[in-house]
Ligand binder design. Structure first.
Ligand code: GLN
Length: 271
């Protein structure tokens, strides 16, 4: 719990500061994923955390952040972004990932954090190489609501029990819209197992990929407003890495968020 007031010795509680670096907010903005940045901003500010959002577009230096966000985009945007990322920028992002920085990448951004993305015209785009995951464009688009169960690897690191105890399904929900089929290699773990929907490729039952504190997945929606536990996990992890100690967050009244979450599960999947 962050001590929002004075602590015992009457010194003001340390104010947490969180810098979010938003990658390609214009070029990679097709699917409304900026809602994730707004959610991180609000949920941090509601806890008294000072948030600074920096952006990096084509041709611009990537400012260092505590948490990086990379949204989805169409093939033609990905070609330009992949070229912009090649070289120094990819090396910088790889170093940040190795340092344990939190990154959330959705769909097109997820694909570009992998090793390569072969688009619908057969262009092989180099990925940043943080996630051991390669993507090839498929013949059909995978579109629709999706529900996934976090993998044990991920669930062990975020308090699924806390949400099961509250009677909330541990399922994470979103909306997918991609033709790319992503296959994970040995140096990445799946983020989750698909319960409803397609996920990484519609074949192996996995969704997303994890490496250190980097999470890539196909879940638009946007993802975080209806999955408050995941949003809080990303904020507290980014602060813990920055400050070198656990950064538990005070609880919020998430009844509206969970009502939206549960509504999707019941209305779309009968769960
Ligand atoms: N262009 C990629 C694909 O179709 C990514 C799409 C997206 O970001 N939703 O798979």
């Amino acid at each position: 719990m962050i001590n929002s007031g004075n602590n015992m010795d009457n010194k003001p509680a340390q104010q947490h500061k969180l810098t979010i670096t938003y990658l390609y907010p214009v070029s990679m903005s097709t699917y409304g994923d900026r809602g994730n940045v707004l959610t991180l901003l609000r949920r941090a500010e509601w806890r008294g955390i000072a948030v600074h959002i920096k952006t990096a577009e084509i041709g611009e230096r990537i400012p260092m952040g505590d948490l990086y966000f990379f949204g989805g985009g169409q093939d033609h945007a990905q070609i330009v972004v992949a070229q912009d990322l090649a070289g120094e920028k990819s090396a910088f992002l790889r170093a940040e990932a190795e340092a344990g920085k939190v990154m959330l990448a959705i769909c097109g951004g997820y694909q570009l954090l992998g090793t390569s993305y072969t688009d619908g015209q057969g262009n092989v785009l180099p990925g940043v190489g943080i996630l051991d995951a390669r993507t090839v464009a498929g013949a059909k688009r995978m579109i629709g609501d999706i529900a996934v169960m976090p993998s044990d690897e991920f669930a062990a690191r975020f308090s699924r029990e806390q949400y099961e105890a509250s009677g909330r399904a541990a399922l994470i929900i979103g909306f997918e819209n991609h033709s790319g089929k992503t296959f994970i290699g040995h140096n990445a773990k799946p983020f989750a197992r698909v319960q409803r929907g397609s996920g990484n490729n519609g074949e192996d039952g996995t969704e997303g990929a994890l490496y250190k504190n980097v999470l890539g997945c196909y879940m638009h929606g946007s993802l975080l407003p209806k999955n408050p536990h995941l949003a809080d996990f990303l904020i507290s992890t980014a602060l813990a890495v920055k400050e070198g100690k656990p950064a538990p967050l005070s609880s919020l009244d998430d009844n509206i968020e969970w009502a939206a979450h549960d509504r999707v599960l019941s209305a779309k999947f009968g769960l």
